[in-house]
Design a protein around this ligand. Structure first.
Ligand SMILES: [Mg+2]
Length: 189
């Protein structure tokens, strides 16, 4: 049942989100603000949001596996995935549909149990296939017009945490999660 934290989710989209058990994320523009930083020595840097990371950590260990599906390749992404304990990671996926199939080749998840968040038109073919699609608030307009949920927060600025929180709320797991952090009372009650 959608509650106070899911005011913008249609009942149909909420039903779709409830079925999700795997959250796949694009990296640039979703886990980051899309900025690509290069140093003089050719060193590449990305900026990640610590609250996104905490949300992924909690979700990954509480019923929502998290994976990464990105068109670029960098050691930074491999390191971030390792820090968070993510194992379903495909980099260098210019065509993301075959990459999606590779990620799912063990048959652990049917498409309707997968959510994907991307920010640009290259992400649309995967969005069309999975059960639930979302994008950050600063995604491309053609993406924003087609997803089940447009986050109020931007890429690299809490959009991933927003979607994870939405999943906890939609699946009714939020009280259980908060209880683990020592809060049993519902502040909205
Ligand atoms: Mg992107």
């Amino acid at each position: 049942m959608p509650g106070a934290l899911v005011p913008n989710l249609s009942p149909e989209a909420a039903e779709r989100l409830k079925r999700v058990r795997l959250l796949l994320l694009d990296v640039d523009g979703v886990l980051t603000d899309g900025g690509l930083y290069y140093g003089n020595s050719g060193e590449e840097m990305k900026r990640f949001d610590v609250k996104d990371g905490a949300g992924m950590w909690v979700a990954h260990r509480n019923g929502l596996e998290v994976g990464l599906l990105t068109g670029k390749t960098s050691r930074i992404v491999a390191q971030r995935a390792q820090e968070l304990g993510l194992t379903r990671v495909v980099q260098g996926a210019v065509d993301k549909v075959p990459a999606l199939e590779k990620l799912l080749q063990d048959g652990a998840y049917p498409l309707n149990e997968i959510a994907f968040m991307g920010d640009d038109v290259l992400d649309l073919p995967v969005m069309r296939r999975v059960g639930f699609s979302a994008c950050p608030s600063d995604a491309h307009d053609q993406v924003k017009a087609r997803v089940h949920y447009v986050c109020s927060k931007g890429g690299g600025r809490g959009a991933v945490r927003e979607l994870v929180d939405l999943w906890f709320e939609a699946t009714g797991r939020l009280p259980e999660i908060m209880k683990r952090f020592g809060w049993e009372e519902d502040p909205h009650a």
